[in-house]
Design a binder for this molecule. Structure first.
Ligand code: 6PG
Length: 262
């Protein structure tokens, strides 16, 4: 309220919530977005363990989620994460030595696996040093997921995705062969639009069959692509994020205001 009159100054809303497919959950800042995602992930984990005894979580690499994983490990809000009942998968990996900094799982291992009581047999890095890494990973996924839902095609419980500034997600890059995969769950992917090195990635058929899918996208550097995805007419070949459409599950975008242009 000003000193001179009795009008209130209302902070103008400096951003519009983008019209993305699925739910949109906007945090004021990174910390708030972390909390929103963490609470929903914890709820999904508890539900999965209650229903099937285990929680199948697939996470992404890249820079954005690392502070989130750290928070998950140290904030008492998330103390009840049922790590001992969790299978940890990764949505994509780079064809680089497994002990190099380029390897996504190396970072996730250091932040999460070393500090959580996940049984070693529930920790699933992609074996990228093997030529047939994609086949092997798919076989492990099919075998492991089938154990929890006998007689049905297995499903991941929660898939956490990022978005590149070009609209890619996982290692599903614009105009690459992996985008048209209809049956395989994990494939190799490469091409002019792939940021080297070549990748191994989960595909739409596996990701879209998950019970919950979360995009976690932060920062002003992503605002232009968020705007294009929410307003543009181009399809998934141009913006692979648009190919994420749950068959029978939930999709939520966890953003901060900066990613919304605010
Ligand atoms: C990877 C990811 C990739 C990532 C996006 C966003 O392995 O790099 O799975 O899809 O999520 O490129 O990455 P940033 O969070 O670093 O922007």
């Amino acid at each position: 309220m000003s000193d001179t009159d009795d009008t209130y100054e209302i902070e103008p809303t400096s951003f519009d919530v983008p019209a993305l497919p699925g739910g949109v959950n906007v945090g004021a800042d990174e910390e708030d977005a972390q909390e929103r995602l963490g609470r929903d992930m914890l709820m999904a984990a508890k539900q999965a363990v209650g229903a099937r005894g285990v929680f199948h979580l697939a996470v992404s690499g890249g820079g954005t989620p690392m502070p989130f994983y750290r928070r998950l490990m140290i904030d008492p809000l998330f103390r009840e994460m049922p790590w001992a009942r969790t299978h940890l998968w990764i949505v994509d990996e780079r064809r680089a030595p497994e002990d190099s900094d380029t390897n996504n799982f190396k970072h996730i291992h250091a932040i999460v696996v070393e500090h959580a009581d996940i049984p070693p047999s529930h920790v699933h890095p992609i074996p990228v040093s093997e030529e047939d890494a994609a086949d092997r990973y798919e076989a492990t996924l099919r075998e492991t997921l089938a154990l929890d839902t006998p007689g049905e095609e297995g499903r991941l419980d929660f898939v956490m995705l990022g978005m590149g500034p070009d609209g890619h997600t996982a290692s599903l890059f614009p105009h690459t062969a992996a985008l048209n995969e209809e049956t395989r769950w994990v494939v190799d992917n490469d091409g002019p639009s792939v940021v080297p090195p070549p990748r191994v990635t989960m595909t739409y058929p596996l990701i879209n069959n998950a019970r919950s899918i979360a995009f976690y996208v932060l920062g002003s550097g992503k605002a232009e692509m968020i705007h294009r995805i929410s307003t543009g007419t181009e399809g998934f070949e141009t913006y692979p994020c648009k190919g994420i459409r749950p068959v029978n599950g939930e999709l939520v975008w966890y953003l901060d205001r900066a990613a919304c242009g605010g």
